[in-house]
Design a protein around this ligand. Structure first.
Ligand code: HPA
Ligand code: ZN
Length: 333
């Protein structure tokens, strides 16, 4: 199963580059930048990755990101992720980054974008294409989101789209309407996290107020049948992240993950890794875990990989679709 899953060409659509910072690299970068760490060892740090909810994770994730200082740091982080993703059969990666996490502590947006972008420029060496999605931090204000996008616009050609992440509870999507309006005017793709911890109402707002093309997570959509009908009717993809949901206690158990019921209802569901350094697995591990948890047939697992290409922002005539069909055909799926 493992080899089969990794052999399928796939897209990763929900991946925070800051969430790929492995403890080993965190210590290396802290040393390189002359920073003290609050943890004594890699093992001690890994032991702290025991979360009770989204906020308990975010506190550690933002602290971890503080070792990223130079363009080289962002390059190394991104290049390490791309190599891991390529090994899992990822041929297209649409990657999130959180500029405010860095600009708030005095790292310039140029440093961040040039570092990540420099690695993405080389993704073709690994047989991949990539895009960069700027996420607004929803625990900060709508005005700060707008200012962040304005600050990034000199680098417009580096961006594929915008997204919305961080603490969801009590932070409805409508707060970010102005930033999304500007992003739309700029011709950027629009996505947003919604329905991870927040209610189905936030998924509706992301669709109807922000006008997003994909929903990141969307787990709680299952609570609203009319919303499920809408996701099916408009073929709005959900970028789901099973190991993340388990680690952050969004679901109790992968046997009960709503992905199966959503897929059976006709929703375009996809599998992704979210913050793999913190949640115990890259995208291939997420496919393996959800396929085992939901007892999926090989053809259903393959459909998830095919969905990831459909849900990505590549064009309909991209050669990846034909390549997928060839690989799946060779395996008699
Ligand atoms: N949810 C919200 N914000 C995030 C996440 C997530 O899963 N990962 C990184 N930032
Ligand atoms: Zn996420």
């Amino acid at each position: 199963m493992d080899t089969f899953i990794r052999s399928l060409p796939k897209a990763e659509l929900h991946l925070h580059i800051e969430g790929t910072l492995e403890p080993e690299m965190l210590f290396d970068l802290a040393r390189r930048n002359g920073l003290a760490s609050s943890y004594g060892s890699v093992a001690e740090l890994r032991a702290a990755y025991d979360f009770s909810d989204l906020q308990s994770f975010l506190d550690i994730y933002y602290e971890g990101a503080s070792v990223l200082r130079t363009e080289e740091d962002f390059f190394d982080l991104t290049w390490a992720y791309l190599n891991r993703a390529a090994a899992d059969g990822v041929r297209r990666a649409e990657i999130f980054f959180d500029p405010q996490t860095h600009t708030e502590r005095g790292v310039s947006i140029e440093t961040v974008i040039n570092g990540i972008g420099g690695a993405l420029d080389r993704s073709h060496e690994l047989g991949m294409s990539t895009g960069l999605i700027l996420c607004f931090l929803r625990h900060l204000s709508g005005k700060q989101a707008l200012e962040t996008l304005e600050m990034a616009l000199p680098h417009r050609d580096r961006l594929l789209g915008v997204g919305l992440d961080s603490s969801e509870a009590g932070r409805p999507p409508e707060l970010f309407r102005a930033a999304y309006d500007l992003a739309r005017q700029e011709g950027l793709h629009l996505v947003a996290h919604a329905g991870e911890e927040g209610p189905p109402e936030y998924v509706w707002q992301a669709l109807d107020v922000l006008g997003v093309e994909r929903i990141d997570h969307g787990v709680r959509s299952i609570e609203d049948p009319v919303l499920v009908d809408r996701l099916v009717a408009d073929q709005i993809p959900l970028t789901m992240c099973p190991l993340s949901n388990l680690k952050l206690k969004v679901v109790d158990d992968l046997n009960h993950h709503p992905l199966a019921q959503l897929q059976d209802s006709g929703v375009l569901v996809t599998v992704n890794s979210d913050d793999p350094a913190y949640f115990g697995g890259y995208v291939g591990d997420n496919y393996v875990a959800i396929s085992a948890g939901l007892d999926l047939r090989q053809s259903e697992t393959a459909q998830l990989a095919r969905n990831s290409l459909t849900a990505s922002f590549i064009f309909d005539d991209d050669p990846l679709f034909a390549e997928f069909d060839r690989v799946a055909g060779d395996q008699k799926i």
